[in-house]
Design a protein around this ligand. Structure first.
Ligand code: DGL
Length: 278
């Protein structure tokens, strides 16, 4: 049993993803809880996770948790739907600090937003195959039906920076037509990369469909969890203190440039580490 009273409330929060997608979650945490320090890890050498097995994604996730724990983080956010779907239960069982994923917060929002009880989820093949969104939503509201659609090409399109582009439009139309025909009124962006092509998705789905971005809900849940345990940072980090630190498993400069196009904070550096050593 962990004694939360003795956990340092000004310790950093660990956040990880297979690559850059988790930055959409980091951006929300920065906005909603600006006093917090963040250690981010993006597994750029081993992305994508969405086409890998549960065993592999779980092994990768455990290595990353061990790396983040070297910073004495007070909590960890799994800012990757695939890792949340495949590994979160096991990570939680083995951890003595709270670990939260992005799937549950998204399902809560979607089941509140839907009016006709027809919710679409777009995500990686792994997340859709795991059936986790249907399972969680069924636990919340049995009258809601979930329609999942794997969209494997969205991750490379986002990573190539083709956020607003005719190619992305064309692929999105092919993926989404099926969900439009199913008359969904709510669409969960079930991969942390997808908020970056939100405007394209919104235009193709049309005004009648509400898009749910789990990044927003996850930051709210994190804030609530830290507050309940008396772990919210109680002062802004001092000038010169490195409030946000970024680590990757490959291509640190490419990551840094990408991160700077998403986060307006000005990320000065990203370091490459050997994640296989953890
Ligand atoms: N960002 C990851 C997710 O939320 C997907 C990217 C990948 O396939 O690694 O599922």
């Amino acid at each position: 049993m962990v004694d939360w009273k003795h956990t340092d409330k000004n310790a950093p929060i660990g956040v990880f993803d297979s690559g850059v997608g988790g930055l959409t979650v980091v951006r929300e945490i920065m906005r909603q809880i600006p006093n917090e320090k963040i250690i981010y890890f993006g597994d750029t050498a081993r992305v994508p996770y969405g086409s890998k097995s549960k065993e592999t994604v779980t092994r990768f996730s455990k290595q990353i948790v061990r790396f983040l724990n070297t910073f004495q983080v007070k909590t960890i956010v799994v800012a990757c739907n695939t890792a949340s779907a495949y590994a979160l239960d096991e990570l939680e069982r083995e951890s003595d600090i709270p670990i939260i994923g992005v799937v549950k917060p998204g399902t809560r929002a979607a089941s509140e937003v839907t009016r006709n009880g027809r919710v679409g989820v777009i995500a990686t093949e792994a997340t859709i195959g795991s059936g986790i969104y249907s399972q969680y939503i069924a636990e919340l509201n049995r009258d809601v039906t979930v329609y999942g659609k794997a969209c494997p090409l969205f991750v490379p399109l986002v990573e190539e920076g083709l956020w607003v582009d005719p190619v992305t439009d064309e692929i999105a139309k092919r993926y989404l037509t099926e969900l439009i025909d199913l008359n969904i009124d709510t669409l969960i962006l079930g991969c942390t990369h997808y908020p970056l092509i939100r405007s394209t998705l919104a235009r193709i789905m049309g005004e009648g469909v509400t898009l749910v971005n789990p990044a927003y809900e996850t930051a709210m849940e994190l804030r609530k969890l830290l507050s309940e345990r008396g772990l919210l940072g109680d002062h802004a980090p001092a000038l010169g203190e490195n409030q946000y630190q970024f680590y990757v498993s490959d291509m640190a400069d490419k990551f840094k440039n990408f991160a700077n196009s998403i986060i307006k904070y000005g990320i000065l550096s990203a370091k490459t580490i050997h994640i296989e050593e953890y």
